[in-house]
Design a protein around this ligand. Structure first.
Ligand SMILES: C[S@@+](CC[C@H](N)C(=O)[O-])C[C@H]1O[C@@H](n2cnc3c(N)ncnc32)[C@H](O)[C@@H]1O
Length: 430
């Protein structure tokens, strides 16, 4: 460990303020609300230092190596921003003026393609499209005035991507170094029926303390997001290694040599085998077929044991017990209430019956259904899943000891009234 930094939460460079340019920048890696401590720990484990928890993301500061490590290696990150400007606006025109006067030629040329994205919250701009057009115009007008040429727009694969964040009159303009969300790992050729976001699947596993040190069984695996993410964690495979394009690759300050070094070092860390089994099952053979296809693309089809079996049919693999981890239908998108009550009851019966000694990580949007398991969960965590507020219920001998860390949702009664809905607002999330 560094002398200065004793853990991932103990530093305080101001976000957006490079302290030691040109060797260091300030960054903000975004994630779903509630996932921040997991992302901070991931960054720390990757070797990133000077980390500070934020809201909907994690601030960190340092060399470009950290930027590449975060983009390629952080399983729970959504994108990595490099804040360039922070200012306040009191009139709509203030936005254009501030952005126009920023030295964009330090980062791009008139020949770069450009894309701008925007998140607004209680801003004097009420339409994000309008705000991002003003930013795009300011940058393009500056290049036209200085060079006679304007950057063109490419939202698919821009050479420079800009993120505009406005919270009331506070504005942050950042380089979006990822552009396409980092949860898109590239192993999902067809969109399944009710997919779990890959970054959230990784968060579920990491929250359960999973590092590959015990077996995993997902009895309702759908398109196998949880088993694939588990196999990637267990083999130490960085999630970004198969990705073809990051927006930092067009940035003028991109260090191709450092990027290649980080990528090849991450590749060298991949372990070829699992130390413990990862099993994915589903009653639908088409889901298991989809799982095989996704696992092939993820390079782990030979490592995961896929089975077509209904909940309750499967028996534990030989060896020590591990986690039953699953994301059953919630009743919102799939399934009907009475069938689902029975499903959740069976799930509870699994870890008190034939799978006794195993722990259960249950991810669902419906507390009443979690209650049907008949289990008393010592930990419950809340995470947004698209528009839904979902909960991760942990039960059993492998539930991590929190050692002073606060649960983001200490609600013990799964049927308790939902509270603080808007606490889970995601300022930066997709
Ligand atoms: C919400 S989806 C899981 C999505 C999955 N996590 C993914 O990332 O694709 C629920 C899955 O549970 C399966 N399922 C529902 N009831 C089941 C049962 N009784 N036994 C086995 N699988 C079941 C469904 O076929 C469906 O694929």
């Amino acid at each position: 460990m560094d002398k200065q930094n004793k853990g991932p939460h103990d530093i305080s460079p101001k976000p957006g303020q490079p302290i030691d340019e040109p060797t260091g920048y300030a960054y903000f890696a975004t994630c779903a609300r509630g996932v921040e401590p997991l992302l901070a720990q991931e960054l720390w484990d990757l070797g990133v230092r000077q980390i500070e928890l934020g809201l909907g993301g994690v601030h960190f500061y340092g060399p470009l190596e950290f930027l590449y490590l975060a983009n390629l290696g952080a399983r729970t990150a959504i994108r990595v921003l490099l804040p360039l400007m922070e200012f306040e606006i009191y009139h709509q025109d203030d936005l254009y003026e501030a952005v126009y006067h920023y030295p964009w030629e330090d980062h791009m040329t008139a020949d770069h393609t450009l894309a701008v994205d925007c998140n607004l919250r209680d801003s004097i701009y009420t339409h994000s499209q309008y705000a991002l057009l003003r930013v795009k115009d300011a940058i393009c007008d500056r290049f036209r005035d200085k060079t006679g040429r304007r950057p063109s727009i490419d939202r698919e694969k821009p050479l420079i991507a800009i993120n505009l964040h406005m919270n009331r009159n506070q504005v942050v303009v950042s380089l979006d170094t990822s552009w396409e969300s980092l949860h898109k790992r590239g192993y999902r050729p067809i969109q399944p029926r009710a997919p779990l976001n890959e970054a959230l699947a990784a968060a579920i596993l990491l929250r359960a303390g999973y590092q590959g040190q015990m077996p995993i069984y997902d009895p309702m695996c759908g398109a196998a997001t949880l088993p694939i993410e588990a196999a990637w964690i267990a083999t130490n495979r960085a999630p970004g290694l198969t990705r073809k394009w990051y927006a930092f690759q067009g940035w003028l300050n991109h260090d191709i040599g450092m990027f290649a070094k980080v990528r090849s070092e991450l590749r060298e860390k991949i372990r070829p085998k699992l130390a413990n089994p990862v099993v994915g099952a589903d009653e639908r053979s088409d889901a298991v077929h989809l799982s095989h296809e996704a696992a092939k693309l993820a390079g782990v089809n030979n490592l995961i044991d896929f089975r077509v079996e209904a909940l309750g049919q499967g028996l534990p693999p030989e060896g020590p017990p591990g986690w039953v981890v699953c994301n059953p239908p919630y009743g919102v998108r799939l399934g009907t209430a009475s069938v689902l009550r029975e499903t959740y009851k069976k799930l509870g019966g699994l870890v008190t019956g034939p799978w006794r000694g195993w722990s259960l990580a249950l991810f669902t949007a419906t507390p009443e259904l979690a209650h049907e398991t008949g289990l008393k969960f010592p930990q419950r965590w809340s995470y947004p899943n698209g528009a839904l507020r979902c909960h991760l219920y942990l039960f059993g001998p492998h539930v991590p000891n929190l050692e002073g860390e606060q649960q983001n949702d200490p609600g013990e009664d799964p049927t308790a009234q939902e509270r603080n809905q808007d606490q889970n607002e995601m300022p930066y999330d997709d």
